[in-house]
Design a protein around this ligand. Structure first.
Ligand code: TGC
Ligand code: FAD
Length: 399
């Protein structure tokens, strides 16, 4: 394959539709998918290898995501959101992650983990103050739940706040926080003096609040990750989210974000499948395209089968989300299934490309490395398995 045919020069991606799943989508869904796909082809795929190689988060993408409605698609229009359904949200995440998981992280953290808690648990004043700016990309947000000593078990968190009568005093630290170094606001989960978890909105520039960047990542290199450090930060009382407390509040947000990941990871899988199919039909060995060998066809056939199954699962989950019927367990199953499917497909697609597959000429290595984070964040692969195990047996094996 010569340079001019490489994907970085021209992104001609088309999605497979073996089972005519487009019949399940409305005209509006298809229009949304097509406009985000066009955006990704223009703004993300021509640049992503360069950004990832240079460990560069393109801050300008935030405004551009705002312009196409990628932030908070399910939030009502009156607060700047898209007023769309969950299938639309899923399709937007699928298309963005087809470009890159780190880009999807930027969008899904903003929508599901920053706008969602403010919309769901915030006061009217908080909604009016923050949501339109987050929707437009004027503000970038982050979500602080994980701590250095509390990852899978967020209920053990030690970040805490004290009631000082005219303000709260926040102390502690969060780690592995997407968007943190560039964020204008952080939705932070911390315990009050009674040990009850609450959400607080912490603004950039508050005295005692710092966001050191995490360096040395071999994954999600185009997304910025960092810590949130609180050293006696004075938080105005009006910045507490009044609507819900307890671990259930951040977990509600994770339900929405994990749904986005289920769709997004299949976008990355679709990109790998597309690249492998194209390469296999063009690459000649033993006098024939490698696509003519049965073992290569087996790989491609299994990839398409798994993508199709995952898309059906995701679509059904989207319907249940829209009907308000989706459970945490169902969402866990879809997240777990999609990420495992995508990782397997990235590995198989890489093999089809032979040595070329390890270069940035093709997307598989980047997707594969990204997916190693996706399989860990928002609940690790094993934690999701245990959530289903708990549902089946009634025994929570994570304790
Ligand atoms: P457990 O005893 O099961 O529950 C404690 C309380 O929380 C409630 N709850 C939920 N409520 C609503 N929705 C959910 N999904 C809920 N899950 C739990 C539960 O009902 C209970 O309420 P109550 O009133 O009875 O007290 O909690 P546990 O401490 O045993 O933990 C259970 C476990 C392990 C499943 C859970 O904590 C878990 O899912 N851990 C994984 C942690 C995680 O996902 N962290 C994600 C951090 S954010 C992130 O990664 C963003 S990456 C973003 C990107 O870049 O894209
Ligand atoms: P641990 O909890 O220490 O787990 C280590 C291993 O032990 C895992 O394999 C796990 O499955 C296993 N394990 C743990 N407990 C059990 C158990 N009970 N039974 C069986 N196995 C178990 N967090 C945020 O709050 N906000 C963010 O924006 C955010 N962004 C992130 C971005 C990136 C790039 C990454 C990598 C992480 C991000 N995270 C974020 C953190 C992420 O949610 C945590 O990494 C994740 O929840 C796992 O926690 P941990 O890394 O501390 O692993």
């Amino acid at each position: 394959m010569n340079k001019t045919e490489s994907r970085n020069v021209k992104d001609e991606f088309e999605s497979p539709d073996l089972y005519l799943l487009d019949d399940l989508l409305t005209e509006e869904h298809k229009l949304i998918r097509s406009s985000v796909r066009t955006f990704v082809k223009k703004e993300i795929t021509p640049n992503i290898e360069h950004w990832a190689e240079n460990n560069h988060f393109p801050k300008e993408i935030v405004k551009k995501f705002g312009e196409i409605g990628a932030f908070g698609p399910t939030i009502p229009i009156e607060y700047g959101g898209g007023g769309l359904d969950y299938i639309s949200y899923g399709l937007i995440m699928q298309e963005i992650e087809r470009g890159d998981s780190g880009m999807r992280s930027t969008a899904s953290v903003q929508g599901s983990l920053v706008m969602f808690p403010i919309y769901k648990f915030g006061s009217e004043k908080q909604k009016r103050k923050y949501l339109p700016k987050l929707a437009s990309g004027e503000f970038l947000g982050c979500f602080g739940l994980t701590e250095p000593d509390h990852g899978s078990n967020p209920s053990g968190m030690t970040t805490n706040f004290k009631d000082m009568e005219d303000h709260y005093l926040l102390n502690g630290a969060k780690m592995w926080i997407s968007n943190a170094p560039q964020a204008d606001i952080a939705v932070v989960w911390a315990k009050n003096e009674a040990g009850r978890i609450h959400g607080l909105i912490v603004e950039k520039g508050m005295e005692g609040f710092t966001t050191p960047e995490t360096h040395g990542k071999w994954s999600l290199r185009a997304s910025c990750t960092g810590e949130l450090v609180f050293d006696n930060v004075k938080i105005p009382k009006e910045n507490l989210l009044p609507g819900k407390s307890g671990l259930g509040a951040p977990m509600n947000c994770l339900d929405s974000a994990r749904f986005g990941i289920a769709w997004g990871a299949i976008g990355a899988a679709m990109d790998c499948y597309y690249s492998a199919r194209r390469y296999a039909t063009q690459r000649i060995q033993f006098g024939k395209p490698i696509a003519s060998f049965q073992l290569v066809q087996k790989k491609l056939a299994e990839m398409l089968t798994e993508i199709t199954k995952a898309q059906l699962l995701n679509w059904k989950l989207g319907k249940m989300m829209d009907e308000g019927k989706a459970t945490t367990v169902q969402i866990s199953v879809a997240k777990r299934n999609a990420v495992e499917t995508a990782l397997n497909i990235a590995r198989e697609a890489r093999q089809i490309h032979g040595a070329m597959g390890i270069t940035g000429e093709f997307p598989m290595m980047r997707h594969m490395m990204n997916l190693e984070s996706v399989i860990t964040y928002e609940g690790t692969h094993d934690i999701h398995l245990l959530i289903l195990g708990n549902e089946i047996t009634g025994i929570p094996a994570f304790k």
